[in-house]
Each structure stands twice: as structure tokens, then as C-alpha cells.
Design a protein around this ligand. Structure first.
Ligand SMILES: Cc1cc2nc3c(=O)[nH]c(=O)nc-3n(C[C@H](O)[C@H](O)[C@H](O)COP(=O)(O)O)c2cc1C
Length: 339
């Protein structure tokens, strides 16, 4: 057991919010496979109360996902406060504010990573958000705007004064995007000076790295994004290692079992066509790095019939599994996103 803000968690390894990825079925799957909590992708706070069907879909979650947070982004204080209240009304366990999104469309409006350029103004907005709800308000930031403004320490200070429950830090600046390596020394330094729980994030792809980052840098938790797409057993394995157990081996049967579960969860959440679109995306990610993955991906996006595709999928993973070489984990993967 560990403590993260107000929550007791089984262990300190948790799934990062990712747009187009951490939808309700995938969060449910990752909770089943031991992510210690889950967070939605970013949802715009502007007009959330008159939300479109698509936005409302993004805010839905199942009971099995708890502890589950919904992530919002925006630049306007009133809208952010209202969005916190909507998230609370939806019954989420916490509300997370995205302060790390580097995407031009978002930062141009002053949202995402741009909000951290003005810490005192941000502090006021955070205080209003915290005051407006009973559930914890959390934030996710980068180390800073660019190499000349790495002000995560200052952001943590204003967040702490405002009553925020924890800060997750992706160890790159906004200017870096996804290039270079996440700076865990910097994260460790912020943690050492922080009054708030700090979650470290960036470039963790193996259970050994997850446990080592946790122990070396003294962070309160380790957040893992892209690594979970390449190895969806990463939380379970990290938990095992953390508890001193040998991580359970991943077999083709176990992976196919996980895929079957995700297929079921997708079908329970989405209409047939949407469910297939999501399934195809995930199959492409999961297969990346396996021998024959280019040919399999071509099939993923061209086979129209769901059941035929599923048979192909089982065959592909059964054959590819024994031949794979995990060195692909160190290759660049999904170099872009909203945080
Ligand atoms: C495709 C993609 C989408 C993302 N969407 C979000 C998002 O909606 N909110 C957010 O805070 N971070 C988002 N991120 C950033 C991740 O949460 C995380 O900070 C980043 O990927 C670094 O961690 P990793 O190396 O473990 O993937 C996204 C990242 C990717 C790759």
C-alpha cells in the first residue's frame, strides 16, 4: 500500500492520460491489469456544461475504473471552475488540470503548458478550482516552457498554496515536445523541495525502470504512458517487482486473453463501427516491434470483418510472440501528444 494525496493505492505505478487512448474501455482494462489509478484524456473546459455528445462520451466512466480522474484543459477561470463542478457531478474521484499540453492550437489560446508561464495568475485559478469542489484537484505539468524557463518548482509552490492534491511532472519542457530524454534528475530535485506529492513521468518502458525511478528519485508515484501500449502488462509486472515477486511472464495466451477483454470492453462502450476503429488502433500499437508487424498492420486496417480480423490477430500474436526481441522498447514511439 502507498499513499498518494488522499488515496490509498496498492502500488505507485499508474497510467498516464493520453488523448485517443485512455478512453473508458482502455482505462477499465488497465485497472484490471493493475494500473493503480486511471485518468481520462483531456476534455475542453470551455462549454463543458453544454457539452456535445462527443464530449459527454469522453467524460463517461465505469465503476470498475475507480480510482478514476477526469482531466480538463482550458484558459478561462470561470469555465475551469464550472468544469470542475461538472466532473464532480459526474462522480469522478478527482479532477486533473492539464498544464502540460504543448500542442500549438491549445497553447495559442493560453491553455495547457502556456498557463505555467504566469505562475501567480495560475495560482489564483487553481485556488478557485479547489474551492469550488470537494473532490481533490490535481495537475499535470512539464518541467517548464523551454530551457530558459524551467519553473516547475515555482508551479509546485503555487499549486501547494492553492490546495492542489498532487503534481504529475512529465520530465520535458514544452519546447522539447517529445524529443530528448525525460529529465528525471530534475523531477527528483523538484520532489526533494516539494511539500506536495510528486508523480514522475517520462520514458518508462520496463518494470525495472519503473521501480528504479520510484526508488532513486523519491517520487510518490511513477506515471507511464506510451510504455503501456507496447507492454500492457507493465503495471502488473511493476507491481510484482515492487513487492519483491518475480514478474509474471507474458505468454501469447495471456496477451490474447487481454485482447479478448479489451474487445469486450470496447463493445460494451461503443457502437460497432467506433469499437472497430478503436480496436484497430490498439492492435497496431500492440503489434509494433513484433516480427511481421508491418504486414499485420496492413491487415488490421484493410480487413473489414471483425471476426476475421480477430482470428488474424490471434494467429499473428501466437506466431510472432516467441520470436520477438524486446530491444524494440528503446526505439522512438508515438512522439507527440497532449501533455
Ligand atoms: C498520443 C498521446 C496523447 C497524450 N495525451 C495527453 C493528454 O490528453 N493529457 C495529458 O496530460 N498528457 C497527454 N499525453 C502525455 C502523456 O501523459 C505523458 O506525459 C507522455 O507521453 C510522457 O510519458 P511516457 O513517456 O510514459 O509516454 C499524451 C501523450 C501521447 C503520446
Amino acid at each position: 500500500m502507498i499513499k498518494l494525496g488522499p488515496f490509498d493505492l496498492d502500488h505507485p505505478f499508474l497510467l498516464a492520460p493520453m488523448a485517443g487512448i485512455t478512453n473508458s474501455p482502455f482505462r477499465r482494462l488497465m485497472r484490471k491489469y493493475q494500473s493503480s489509478l486511471v485518468i481520462s484524456e483531456l476534455v475542453s473546459a470551455n462549454g463543458i456544461e453544454y457539452a456535445s455528445h462527443r464530449t459527454l462520451e469522453l467524460l463517461k466512466f465505469t465503476e470498475e475504473e475507480r480510482k478514476v480522474g477526469l482531466q480538463i484543459f482550458g484558459e478561462d477561470e470561470e469555465n475551469l471552475v464550472r468544469a470542475c463542478q461538472v466532473v464532480e457531478k459526474m462522480g469522478a474521484d478527482f479532477v486533473d488540470l492539464n498544464l502540460g499540453c504543448p500542442v500549438p492550437k491549445v497553447v495559442k489560446k493560453g491553455a495547457g503548458a502556456a498557463m505555467c508561464r504566469n505562475p501567480s495568475e495560475l495560482g489564483k485559478i487553481l485556488a478557485s478550482m479547489v474551492k469550488s469542489v470537494k473532490i481533490p484537484v490535481t495537475i499535470k505539468i512539464r518541467t517548464g516552457w523551454d530551457a530558459t524557463l524551467r519553473n516547475a518548482n515555482e508551479i509546485v509552490k503555487v499549486a501547494s498554496d492553492a490546495g492542489v492534491a498532487w503534481v504529475a511532472i512529465h520530465g520535458r519542457t514544452r519546447a522539447q515536445g517529445y524529443s530528448g530524454d525525460a529529465d528525471w534528475d530534475f523531477i527528483g530535485d523538484v520532489k526533494a523541495k516539494s511539500a506536495l506529492p510528486i508523480i514522475g513521468n517520462g520514458d518508462v518502458v520496463t518494470p525495472e525502470q519503473a521501480v528504479k525511478r520510484y526508488k532513486t528519485y523519491g517520487v510518490d508515484a511513477v506515471m507511464i504512458g506510451r510504455g503501456a501500449l507496447r507492454n500492457p502488462f507493465l503495471f502488473e509486472q511493476s507491481f510484482d517487482l515492487f513487492e519483491g515477486r518475480t514478474p509474471q511472464a507474458i505468454t501469447a495466451d495471456r496477451l490474447i486473453g487481454l485482447l479478448d477483454t479489451q474487445k469486450l470492453y470496447l463493445a460494451e462502450s461503443f457502437e460497432g463501427r467506433a469499437s472497430m476503429i478503436h480496436a484497430r488502433k490498439f492492435l497496431a500499437w500492440y503489434s509494433s516491434g513484433y516480427p511481421g508487424s508491418a504486414e499485420f498492420r496492413r491487415k488490421v486496417f484493410t480487413i473489414p470483418d471483425g471476426e476475421v480480423l480477430w482470428d488474424e490477430t490471434r494467429n499473428f500474436f501466437r506466431t510472432a510472440f516467441e520470436q520477438r526481441d524486446m530491444s524494440f522498447l528503446s526505439e522512438p514511439f508515438l512522439m507527440g501528444g497532449h501533455g
